[in-house]
Design a protein around this ligand. Structure first.
Ligand SMILES: Cc1cc2nc3c(=O)[nH]c(=O)nc-3n(C[C@H](O)[C@H](O)[C@H](O)COP(=O)(O)O)c2cc1C
Length: 172
């Protein structure tokens, strides 16, 4: 706590970071940009991050497209290289060709387990559909054309507002 000019106690601002890998159609990047605005967060790629840098941040979102039923290797490798923390709050996000509650939970398991093993507390998870032209799908114009759409991005905004209220504002 610090005193402001009026002598009132004021908290230091929480610093949030989003670590993003999004290459196929930049679907997950669209979602991350909405999160970044609400959470006032920087966006960096796993390659841009030095593991020890994460100690500067209080709240971290980890996300990518889902490729072969998990997050991108660069994100998984980063998670492996992170120093141990004690209950640092984080959330996981992704876009995928096929979605659903248990699908998302399964897709996120590899990253979740790695982060939890490093002491991160995963407070929430978000997934929505993303345009997918992988493999033979491109022959048929792809699946989920136009996704994430406005409704997906509104859901992303609502998710970010909820995690902000529950995990950032309350702690200040
Ligand atoms: C190589 C590759 C593998 C994929 N594997 C899966 C998968 O296992 N499950 C799934 O639901 N979607 C899968 N997808 C679809 C992507 O998850 C989806 O298009 C996502 O929105 C891509 O995100 P991005 O544009 O941020 O890279 C795959 C796409 C690619 C290119």
């Amino acid at each position: 706590m610090e005193n402001n000019v009026n002598g009132l106690k004021e908290s230091l601002p929480m610093k949030s970071l989003l670590i993003l890998y999004s290459y196929h159609h930049h679907n997950t990047e669209k979602v991350a940009k909405v999160f970044a605005k609400v959470l006032d967060a920087e966006i960096k790629t796993p390659k841009e991050i030095k593991p020890e840098e994460l100690q500067k941040y209080d709240f971290i979102g980890f996300g990518s497209g889902i490729y072969s039923a998990k997050h991108d290797e660069s994100l998984l490798n980063l998670a492996d290289s992170l120093p141990r923390v004690t209950n640092k709050k984080a959330f996981i996000f992704s876009t995928a060709g096929i979605t659903g509650k248990s699908k998302a939970s399964n897709d996120h398991t590899t990253l979740r387990e790695k982060l939890e093993s490093k002491g991160y507390l995963i407070v929430d998870e978000f997934q929505c559909k993303g345009f997918n032209t992988n493999s033979f799908l491109k022959l048929f114009g792809g699946m989920n054309k136009g996704r994430p759409n406005d409704k997906d991005l509104k859901n992303a905004e609502d998710f970010a507002l909820k995690v902000k209220e529950n995990n950032i504002q309350k702690d200040n």
